[in-house]
Design a protein. Sequence first.
Length: 615
Amino acid sequence: MDELKYYSSNFSFKSILSSFSYWPRLFKLLWEINKFYFILIIGCSLLQGLIPAFVIIATQEFINSIVSSQNSGAFSDVFFSFGLLAGATILNELVSVLRGYVERLYESLIGYRLNETIMSKSNDLPLESFENADVQDKLKRAQSEASYRPYQIFSQILSLISQAVTLFSVAAILIIWKWWVACLLIVFPLVSFISFLKLGQEEFDIHFRRAPKTRESWYLSFLLTKDNSFKEVKLFKLGSYLIDQYKRIFSGFFEEDKEIAKKRSFLSIRFQFLNELISAIIIFMIAFAAFNQEIMIGNLVGMIQAVTMTQGNSQGVVQGVLSLCQNSLYMKQLFAFLDLEVVKEEDDTNAEELGEIRSLEFRNVSFVYPNTPNLALKHVTFSLKKGETVAVVGKNGSGKSTMVKVLTQLYSSYEGEVLINNQDVRSYSKSAIRQRIGAVFQDFVHYEMSARNNIGFGNLQKIKDDESILNAAERSGVLPLINKLNKGIDSQLGRWFEDGQQLSGGQWQRIAIARAFMREADVYILDEPSSFLDPEAEADIFSRFQDLVKDKIGLFISHRFSSVKFADKIIVFDNGEIIEMGSHEELISLNGLYKDLYDTQVNALVRDEVQLQGV
Ligand SMILES: Nc1ncnc2c1ncn2[C@@H]1O[C@H](COP(=O)(O)OP(=O)(O)OP(=O)(O)O)[C@@H](O)[C@H]1O
Ligand SMILES: [Mg+2]
């Protein structure tokens, strides 16, 4: 709502002025995208602006030459003026075809380039900013407008220039006759400016108020059209309920649109009527002058054309300025996103060389997610060293995944210290640290791409190295599956694109683990690697993992105690804190949370077995 106020209070004469301030930036952006097209389009529109006046003068000359040839009997002058008129008309056609061609190319180029700019800006953002709702809003707005608004504005500015050129060159024809007639035609449409400006403001306010609803409708259609939600939508028969909600949102929008369209029509009728009245009076005056033989018949035709054109272009200039004001607000949104401050993640000018990671340590680390009230990590202290396999357990929401995100430096606004090889992690470059860590996040990605990409993304340098990819697949136990796929590692995975082969949850998980194993890392982290795996697969993965991390650092988070109990060290999280730490036996003898969780799981298993035997 604040945003609405901000924008609407600015939509006034002030906003017109402030919109000018974006023009140099916009022009610079467009100029950098393609200088040749830029110049060509400006040239074409200036030419297109001048041609109408030229056509009028040529028409005037043509008719006058016919009239004079009737008196003098010499027809040659007619040829000349006809050639002039034909030339102007052909030039006009050629210029507009050329402009149309260049415009289409330039427009699509701008769309791609701006989306590219937005994507690389997104890529530069740290996770903290990325998860911020305000940043997400800015991103969405920039994204939805980026592909066409900047060009729209550019082309509006150009038509404005060309209309202004036409307006003044054509008006000059009338000024020579009676200056006040031209002034009247130019100034009157300005009166309508205020009314249309108010309407434009109203429309923009509505548009802004709609933003959350628009997002909601986008989400509804997303639920109905994406495969991961589609199954539930079908099973719970949510389709018509969701479509109804979508319809309700749009019928509200439609009513508002209708109201604005009505107001616009009434306003247009009123001004159009007055405009026509004025031009009728002026045309009558011109006819009267011709009747009194003050002007020639060719001038009569030319001046009548000049009246219509002056009026049309004057209105066009007013409308152009109006929509420019509105469009400039969208430019604000694009630049608001592009101007977001980014602490450059890859700034490693003063970074220390990071050799092998031999130890990792959290010293009194506390962390709170931005804009949330509670600490997600509270004074967390632990250390890991080469050759150790460490398991992390704890209830849902106890801070396990958060610890991994801080460890991989996805968040950097924590208190306390994270140390690598006994040195503050901040003294190394983030990319160097990440290069040496292979991780599978709890919400790992299913890339709707080839198996090669899905695994090779773990180490882009080796994406073309089949042996490394197959090796990683072997390590995560997914190789037999890949061998069965129709195109081996080049088979498309998922169902989104042609020839895609869908995998089971556990198979996707093994692929993600292979991706982490693809890295030649010193630290391997698996956040709930067994959540989709059957007990046998889990045991298999775990033994492969232990094998892999034999003289490295291995960290895994799991709710399954059958794997956890074999770790060298177990860290127990509760409510953001580490409350217990030690080997399985040590923790059992502590009789604390670990033992409780362990007993609950073991008892459940025993109960299941008893029930099974009872069947
Ligand atoms: N991106 C986020 N922004 C804000 N709060 C978050 C975010 N991610 C997690 N949290 C909050 O931080 C707390 C710890 O979450 P975390 O994901 O670390 O739990 P976890 O121990 O991994 O749980 P689980 O076993 O369910 O995976 C939770 O209260 C959660 O609501
Ligand atoms: Mg988690």
